[in-house]
Design a binder for this molecule. Structure first.
Ligand code: C2E
Ligand code: MG
Ligand code: MG
Ligand code: MG
Length: 280
C-alpha cells in the first residue's frame, strides 16, 4: 500500500509539473502576442536629490495590461528571459523610454533616465549596437542614460557582460548596480566593473534604524560610494525616519513610495510642471 501511495504521489507531482510547464509556455505565448499588440507600457518612478528634493531622473518600469489587470514585472520578466523575448521587449522598453525623456529634455528639463537590463539582453550579440542605435535615433545624449544591472549578472556571465557594459560606458552611458549589497561579493563587484552609481537594496533601507548591523552597513555603503566617487541611490524609502537618516548619512539620491510612486509619463509631467510637487 505504501508503494501505491508513493506512486500516486509521483503521479500528482508529475501532473502538477506538467501544469506548471504548460502555464509557463502559455505565458510565453501571451507575452509574444502582447509585444506585437502593444500591450506593454512604461511607468516612471522619480528619483530625487536628497539634498534639494529635486527630481533628477526617472526609472522606467515595465507593465503589462493583460486580462483586465496590470501584471507586475516580477510575474513575467522571468518568462520573457527564458523565451528570449526579453531581447526584443528590452529594446522596445529602451526605445520607448529614451523617446519620452528626449522629448522632455527638449523643453529644457534636465532629467536623467534609468533603464533596467536583464543578463540575457546584455549578452545578446547586438546589444551594444542596439543601445547606440536607440541613442542616435532618439537624440538622447549618452550621459543622460543609466543602465541598471544587478549583481547576479556579474556572477554568471561576468567577463562577457563586463566587456559589453564597459564598451557602452566608453560611449558615455552611465552604469548602475541595482539591488546593491545583496550579492555575496558586493565589494569585489565594484572592482570588476566601473560604475557610476550604486542603488542600495530596499531590504537595507527597510531595516534602517531598526537593526544596528544594517544601519552600519548602509552607512558604510554610502561612505564607500563617496570615497569611490560613485553616486549612491537609496531605494524603497517609505518612512520619514528613513529619509532623515539617509540625509544625515549623506546619501545623494533617493527613490521610494514616500518620495513618489511609479507613475505614467503624464504623471511625471504634472509633477515636474509643479501641479504635484515632491514635498520632502
Ligand atoms: P528594481 O529595478 O529594483 O525596481 C524597483 C522596484 O521597487 C519597482 O518594482 C518599484 O515599483 C518598487 N518600489 C519603488 N519604491 C518602493 C517602495 O518604497 N516600496 C516598495 N515596496 N517598492 C518600491 P516593479 O516595478 O514591480 O519592478 C520590480 C523589478 O522588476 C525591478 O526591480 C526590476 O528588477 C524588474 N523590472 C522592472 N521593469 C523592468 C524592465 O523594464 N526591464 C527589466 N529587465 N526588468 C525590469
Ligand atoms: Mg532598477
Ligand atoms: Mg533588479
Ligand atoms: Mg532595485
Amino acid at each position: 500500500r505504501a508503494k501505491e501511495r508513493g506512486a500516486g504521489t509521483v503521479e500528482v507531482y508529475a501532473a502538477h509539473m506538467h501544469e506548471t510547464v504548460v502555464s509557463r509556455l502559455e505565458l510565453q505565448i501571451h507575452l509574444r502576442e502582447a509585444l506585437a499588440a502593444g500591450d506593454f507600457y512604461l511607468e516612471y518612478q522619480p528619483v530625487v536629490d536628497l539634498g534639494s528634493s529635486q527630481v533628477t531622473s526617472v526609472e522606467a518600469l515595465v507593465r503589462w495590461d493583460h486580462d483586465g489587470r496590470t501584471v507586475p514585472p516580477e510575474e513575467f520578466i522571468g518568462a520573457a528571459e527564458e523565451s528570449g523575448l526579453i531581447v526584443p521587449l528590452g529594446e522596445w522598453i529602451l526605445r520607448e523610454a529614451c523617446q519620452k525623456v528626449a522629448v522632455w529634455r527638449i523643453s529644457d528639463w534636465d532629467i536623467g533616465l534609468s533603464v533596467n537590463l536583464s543578463a540575457k539582453q546584455v549578452l545578446s550579440s547586438r546589444f551594444v549596437s542596439t543601445v547606440a542605435g536607440v541613442l542616435a535615433e532618439t537624440g538622447l545624449p549618452a550621459e543622460v542614460l543609466t543602465l541598471e544591472v544587478d549583481e547576479e549578472l556579474l556572477l554568471d556571465d561576468g567577463a562577457e557582460a563586463v566587456a559589453s557594459l564597459s564598451e557602452l560606458r566608453g560611449l558615455g552611458v552611465q552604469l548602475a548596480i541595482d539591488d546593491y549589497g545583496m550579492g555575496y561579493a558586493s565589494l569585489a563587484h565594484l572592482r570588476e566593473l566601473s560604475v557610476d552609481a550604486i542603488k542600495i537594496d530596499p531590504s537595507f533601507i527597510d531595516d534602517l534604524g531598526r537593526d544596528d548591523t544594517v544601519t552600519l552597513l548602509t552607512h558604510t555603503i554610502i561612505q564607500l560610494g563617496r570615497d569611490l566617487g560613485v553616486q549612491v541611490v537609496a531605494e524603497g524609502i517609505e518612512r520619514p525616519e528613513q529619509l532623515e537618516q539617509l540625509r544625515a548619512m549623506g546619501c545623494d539620491h533617493g527613490q521610494g513610495f514616500l518620495v513618489a510612486r511609479p507613475m505614467s509619463a503624464d504623471g511625471v509631467e504634472a509633477l515636474v510642471g509643479g501641479e504635484v510637487g515632491v514635498d520632502l
